[in-house]
Design a protein around this ligand. Structure first.
Ligand code: GLA
Length: 402
């Protein structure tokens, strides 16, 4: 081949690669590869609501980078609602100049400089849930701006969406994100109203399955407008039953962000909350003030044995195996064939709860090792069943390996 022919081949290859790079199907595969296991990070809403600023986000990124959370797998630092105030004369979204004086690009650069990824929030309707400008009619322009800023994750809410069709609205924003050529994790926050688990795969990386979580064990409270609802942890757990078949690598059910460490529950309840989110292959988005948390809260959020259950490559969501009143058994199969079991006591008094091997797909005669993932201790080898005393509002979490 002479030189000119070689140049021609290289040029053709580059053009082909360029086309390839922005082809939506390929962009989608590349984007979905970012969430082969559930995303992990932190989001401002549960603790700070509208009190967000660049100082807060920077100091949170500093904390995550240095307090062991980054090593444990937490990656995305996401500003939720209230960072945005208006649009400029060309329709581009503007950040609050008082709270974000250096601008969003500088903030994204800062988060990246700490070895973390940066996320932001918008809404499929005309306004966000806090009344800030939404993205309806500005989807491509907003996606372009996010890509220019270096955004890695978008949480996209559903307030003021009127009669919009959810699948259409989320598809439009997904197409806009893919068209930027920057892989941006797409977190669909539609609250489960239009059953996004039925159509969300291939559109978003995760989809909310319920209304908002609150920092309570059990509570179901209607919103001021009469619509349903804000939930406690056990109410959300109940709403996940039956959704396990819809989750898998690249596409996850999202039972909402963590409340661990926000003060409304006991440590046993927070351990149960975190254990369930791990077993449900839920996104692990911390929602507390990680700059000043007590050591026992940090120990919950960074329990590497529990996080490994969440991040298992097989990507199976755990399921409820049995319910006997306030005693429940839940199980998740891991890549190596072992089972992680939660013995769950939602009652007011201590209870003895057992799991039988047949319930988790093992033959009764099988001798299996049992390891407690909160005590970090081998319990021993047993055949047939395992039983433990479980305190009120708590779980015992064990890994059972043949
Ligand atoms: C909705 C969402 C929450 C949070 C707020 C922000 O309620 O479900 O997670 O993003 O809006 O206003």
């Amino acid at each position: 081949m002479n030189r000119n022919a070689k140049r021609l081949v290289v040029a053709a290859l580059l053009v082909w690669l360029g086309t390839f790079r922005v082809h939506p199907a390929t962009a989608q595969i590349e984007r979905d590869s970012l969430t082969q296991t559930p995303p992990m990070g932190w989001n401002s809403w549960n603790k700070f609501a509208c009190h967000v600023s660049e100082d807060l986000i920077q100091s949170v990124a500093d904390a995550i980078a240095t307090n062991g959370m980054k090593e444990a797998g937490y990656q995305y630092v996401v500003i939720d609602d209230c960072w945005q105030v208006s649009r400029d004369e060309n329709g581009f979204i503007l950040a609050d100049p008082q709270r974000f004086p250096s601008g969003i690009k500088a903030l994204a650069d800062y988060v990246h400089s700490r070895g973390l990824k940066f996320g932001i929030y918008s809404d499929a309707g005309s306004k966000t849930c806090a009344g800030r400008p939404g993205s309806q009619g500005h989807e491509y322009q907003d996606a372009l701006q996010y890509a220019r800023w270096g955004v890695d994750y978008l949480k996209y809410d559903w307030c003021s969406s009127g009669t919009r069709n959810a699948e259409e609205a989320y598809t439009t924003m997904n197409n806009a994100l893919l068209a930027t050529g920057r892989p941006i994790v797409f977190s669909m926050c539609e609250w489960g109203t239009a059953k996004p688990w039925l159509w969300g795969k291939g559109i978003g990386n995760l989809w909310r399955t319920t209304g908002d979580i609150s920092d309570k064990w059990s509570s179901k409270k209607k919103w001021p407008d009469g619509s349903c609802c804000e939930y406690g942890v056990v109410d959300i757990i109940d709403l996940e039953v039956g959704l396990e078949t819809f989750a898998g690598p690249g596409h996850w059910n999202d039972p909402d962000m963590l409340e661990v460490g926000n003060g409304g529950m006991s440590n046993a309840e927070y351990r149960a909350h975190f254990s369930f989110w791990a077993l449900l292959a839920a996104p692990l988005m911390a929602g507390n003030d990680v700059r000043s948390m007590a050591p026992d809260i940090k120990d919950i959020l960074t329990n590497s044995e529990v996080i490994a259950v969440n991040q298992d490559q097989l990507g199976r969501q755990g399921r409820r195996v049995r319910k006997d009143g306030d005693s429940e058994v839940w199980a998740k199969t891991l890549t190596d064939g072992s089972r992680v079991v939660l013995l769950f006591n939602r009652g007011a008094a201590e209870a003895q709860i057992a799991v039988a091997w047949e319930e988790i797909g093992y033959p009764a005669h099988l001798e299996a090792k049992v390891r407690d993932l909160w005590q970090h201790k081998e319990i021993g080898s047993v055949a047939g069943r395992y039983a433990a005393k479980v305190p009120s509002h708590a779980v015992v979490m064990v890994k059972i390996s043949p």
